[in-house]
Design a protein around this ligand. Structure first.
Ligand code: ATP
Length: 331
């Protein structure tokens, strides 16, 4: 904590708008990146990440997420448009901003021949602003934070991918951070590893740290994030509170019945659009009319109705409704 208050006292830092809790932690305006080969990777992006949010940056592979993150972190220059992080322009203010940002971008790459603890000690000593006298306490706290205290003495080459990912997070957490940027933090992990990283993200966020994480997994965003932005082909499709995004899409009417053919016919007669038949289930867009009448029509037609209702819309429904295409993770 001492380090943070010392850094905060610097006049350069006093300018950061992050001292205003209401101002967005990330704000981009018309942010655009065209690579030299001509590829338009990010196209006119207006992104607003509220302070304290767990913000999911969602999109299929190749939709421009990594390119955006690299611009936010000052690693590459935008072709046009602006990006502000903690209230300061990037990449210009990188030196003032980046000490407050923990990032896990390229995936974990610890030295295998060093223990997890020694990797962190080495990483910390590469930071000229880190006080060597408090180094071992800082490393111990970071290991504890990610649940690697017991494994801290093991060589990193013996770590599972999930443990390496947690070690990467520990490195990002050596200093107090206002923002954590995680690019596909659960990519390649098994379900248990995914659960661990997700609960760690929730825990970090509960301390008030803003977390910006990219993912191509819709259910991950629904499970972990308070807010999300959806990208497709370099463009922003929508952004906002996850709750509102899903609510924007209408749910599906679902009828469970052994008589799927008759049920599908009756639903169409009742004005249900986009009727789809699956094993023991017929679904469609909920009609404007009274649902009880639709149900009664099914029963009158002799359809044996085992279940009838509207399923809550998911973020996936919202994505499909907004883009008119499926969420193709293979991109
Ligand atoms: N250095 C580069 N030079 C040229 N084109 C690039 C470069 N990096 C990325 N691209 C292209 O820009 C587009 C967006 O890529 P980007 O990596 O930002 O997407 P992404 O959403 O992060 O996908 P992924 O999850 O696969 O990394 C893609 O079409 C990609 O091929």
């Amino acid at each position: 904590m001492e380090e943070l208050s010392a850094a905060e006292a610097e006049p350069e830092d006093a300018e950061t708008a992050a001292s205003d809790p209401e101002s967005p932690v990330i704000a981009t305006r018309a942010l655009t990146k065209r690579y030299r080969g001509g590829q338009l990777a990010v196209d006119g992006l207006d992104l607003t990440v509220p302070a304290g949010s767990v913000f999911g940056f969602l999109g299929p592979n190749g939709s421009g997420k990594t390119t955006t993150i690299r611009m936010l972190m000052g690693l590459i220059e935008p072709t046009s448009g602006t990006a502000r992080v903690l209230g300061r322009p990037m990449p210009r203010a990188s030196r003032a901003v980046l000490p407050h940002v923990g990032a896990l971008i390229e995936g974990p790459a610890p030295y295998g021949f060093l223990s997890g603890r020694d990797n962190l000690l080495r990483y910390d000593s590469a930071d000229p602003t880190a006080d060597p006298r408090t180094r071992s306490a800082r490393v111990a706290a970071a290991l504890d934070r990610v649940g690697l205290t017991a494994a801290g003495g093991k060589k990193a080459k013996a770590y599972s991918l999930g443990m390496k990912q947690r070690l990467g997070l520990a490195a990002a957490l050596l200093r107090p951070r206002r923002l954590l940027v995680l690019d596909e933090p659960t990519n390649g992990l098994d379900p248990q590893g995914m659960r661990e990283i997700r609960s760690l993200v929730r825990e970090l966020a509960s301390d008030g740290t803003t977390v910006f994480l990219s993912s191509h997994l819709l259910d991950e965003i629904e499970q972990v994030c308070t807010h999300a932005a959806v990208m497709a082909r370099g463009r922003l499709i929508t952004q906002g509170a996850v709750r509102d995004l899903a609510a924007g899409a209408r749910g599906r009417l679902v009828v469970t019945t052994p008589d799927v053919t008759d049920a599908a016919r009756v639903l169409k007669e009742q004005g249900v659009a986009d009727v789809t038949v699956a094993e023991g289930r017929v679904t469609g867009e909920p009609p404007e009319r009274e649902l009880a009448d639709v149900n009664a029509a099914l029963v009158t037609a002799g359809v044996r109705v085992r279940g009838f209702g509207v399923e809550r819309a998911s973020l996936e429904d919202a994505f499909v409704a907004l883009t008119g295409e499926g969420f193709d993770v293979a991109g």
